[in-house]
Design a protein around this ligand. Structure first.
Ligand SMILES: [Fe+2]
Ligand SMILES: [Fe+2]
Length: 281
């Protein structure tokens, strides 16, 4: 591992230790004989986390048929993988320190962007490609988290390079010049620590490279989600990312499907509002 990344994550963990529950949950997820009871035992020692899980599992995003009023039922309802995803989202939200009277605008903007990309990625996976969207969602919520890490550790430098960069590719080049690493590498390292699938990790690492990717790969879905959600109002409605020719041809070829998807997008975002905490649309 690049020593710089190790150091920056160590500095970040020093300010914001990863919650014990997430570390233990990540380990359980890869151990073959872990049971839902083990998962419940890990989570129940943190009553605030239990309360947040019960809040989210009863929200419009999951919309269970009956109210879920105990951790045991929530764990059974969600299953281990969904619970891992929920705890990762909860952790990222906490690590972003979005609360307070005067929220940090830059950080809030990155978080909202990540929330939008995660919902769009899940929708693309499920609707366009007919596959489970959980990993696409994870790729979306984590892909730019490295920017939040940089912003918290080196606010002034990071804010300056964000202003200076005209495109995401320029931002990555400036991050490399100033920090010797970029947000894609930080995000990928967090994925490795949290035992997230290698395919998602690779998609995050490569999300600003322009080489050809299959539209239905995680790399493809992540870039499509960034493209569709990324009309940045601060930049006069310019797309946040540019797409390579293959992905553009795919969007053109499925124009109607993507138009319907984007029509439905605001309602899906609204459903997920409770999951993300900060107004995410
Ligand atoms: Fe990015
Ligand atoms: Fe992004």
């Amino acid at each position: 591992m690049n020593e710089n990344i190790e150091k920056i994550i160590e500095r970040f963990n020093h300010i914001h230790p990863t919650p014990m529950a997430l570390n233990r949950l990540s380990q359980l997820l890869v151990s073959e004989d872990a049971t839902l009871k083990d998962v419940e035992d890990v989570i129940k020692v943190d009553p605030l986390l239990v309360a947040r899980i019960l809040g989210v599992v009863n929200s419009a995003y999951y919309s269970p048929l009956q109210k879920i009023d105990s951790l045991g039922r929530a764990v059974a309802y969600l299953g281990m993988r969904n619970l891992h995803i929920l705890v990762i989202t909860d952790t990222l939200k906490a690590l972003s320190s979005l609360g307070g009277k005067r929220p940090n605008e830059l950080r809030l903007r990155i978080w909202r962007h990540s929330a939008a990309v995660s919902i769009a990625a899940k929708m693309i996976a499920e609707r366009v490609f007919g596959v489970n969207g959980d990993n696409a969602y994870l790729a979306g919520i984590l892909h730019d988290f490295g920017q939040i890490v940089e912003e918290q550790l080196e606010h002034d430098t990071f804010a300056a390079i964000v202003t200076q960069a005209n495109t995401p590719e320029e931002l990555v080049a400036l991050e490399q010049r100033r920090f010797g690493l970029d947000h894609c590498q930080i995000g990928a390292e967090l994925c490795r620590q949290w035992m997230i699938s290698p395919a998602v990790t690779a998609a995050i690492l490569g999300h600003h490279q322009m080489e050809a990717v299959a539209p239905d790969s995680f790399d493809g879905i992540l870039r499509l989600a960034e493209y569709l959600t990324g009309r940045d109002n601060d930049q006069g409605g310019r797309p946040h990312v540019s797409l390579n020719a293959d992905l553009l041809a795919h969007v053109e070829g499925n124009r109607d499907e993507y138009a319907v998807l984007m029509d439905d997008f605001p309602a899906e975002m609204q459903k997920a509002d409770e999951l993300y905490g900060a107004r995410a649309a």
